[in-house]
Design a protein around this ligand. Structure first.
Ligand code: A2P
Length: 279
């Protein structure tokens, strides 16, 4: 008889915590979003992140495969029956070089243990809520913007998104446009809730109506003048920051200068920060 060892070693291990991809959208050669099934028992607070990924390549010596996981903010709100993620594509990134090729029907690994600080619980009550994002840092705000509590808790929301190129603003722009016809929000909050939103997209490396880093635009006063709003004040303003590391550090220092204090789940204050995923 013919030994049949090939089939045995090639057998695909059943993925632990597997979920099925239900939608994939590519925005630019650097950005894409996807949706997948949600574990029936998984609960999370809008703004939190989970570990997701794919099986890694087999170890050349032992043949063992280990999951390759990274932290991803959940971009969908907690009431959604599916989960959505917004990702960068890094050509030589261990995970995203492969994740960018997923298709509908594929399996991904999702550890259903959500955590994070970009949650309403980490902020004290306030009047205005600022979302400051760069690149894929928009993801947790995509969740919070579809969360009814956001509109119940604040009179006004200001969303800034700084990206290199115009095409990188599409995901956020479309999401905010989509709020106008969001059935759940219209039903729960009443239509017109989206009028509370001021959206301030800027680009740094391609021409657009508003150019520059949000940090520079705030320092010069241009951002406040363009938006027709007052400078941040700890009595009224709350903020969430999510972007690349340099941005987070710079903006955090600016918010502290305005007198805002960093909060946490255990100690709600004026602002919270989280780093956007980078492969
Ligand atoms: P810039 O093009 O001037 O570097 P990335 O894709 O590299 O994560 O960057 C996303 C956006 O964040 C870019 O528009 C980038 O601007 C901007 N950015 C990078 N560092 C900072 C910072 N320290 N403060 C404000 N914006 C920043």
């Amino acid at each position: 008889s013919v030994p049949n060892t090939t089939t045995a070693t090639k057998a695909v291990p059943a993925l632990p915590d597997a979920q099925i991809v239900t939608q994939v959208k590519h925005y630019t050669d650097r950005l894409f979003s996807f949706r997948c099934t949600r574990p029936a028992s998984m609960r999370f607070r809008s703004g939190e992140f989970v570990m997701i990924g794919l099986m890694g390549d087999p170890n050349p010596e032992t043949g063992k495969v280990k999951p390759l996981l990274r932290a991803y903010s959940i971009a969908s709100p907690n009431w959604d029956e599916e989960l959505e993620f917004y990702s960068i594509k890094v050509p030589d990134g261990p995970l995203t070089s492969r994740l960018q090729h997923i298709n509908v029907g594929d399996e991904i690994i999702l550890r259903p243990k959500p955590v994070g600080t970009l949650v309403h619980d980490a902020l004290r009550p306030g009047k205005r809520l600022w979302f400051f994002a760069t690149g894929t840092g928009f993801a947790p705000f995509a969740s919070l913007l579809r969360e009814p509590q956001t509109y119940e808790d604040y009179d006004e929301m200001i969303i800034t998104h700084t990206c290199r190129e115009v095409g990188e603003l599409t995901y956020g722009h479309d999401l905010i446009e989509g709020l106008k016809t969001d059935e759940l929000l219209n039903e729960v909050i009443g239509d017109g809730f989206w009028k509370k939103i001021k959206y301030y997209p800027t680009t740094t490396r391609e021409h657009s109506p508003k150019m520059g880093r949000i940090t520079d635009l705030m320092r010069s006063g241009a951002a406040f003048a363009d938006l027709g709003v007052s400078v941040l004040n700890p009595d009224t303003d709350r903020a969430m920051i999510c972007g690349n590391l340099a941005f987070n550090i710079e903006l955090k220092a600016m918010l502290e200068e305005y007198g805002l204090i960093e909060g946490a789940n255990s100690n709600p204050q004026h602002y919270v920060v989280e780093k956007a995923f980078l492969d």
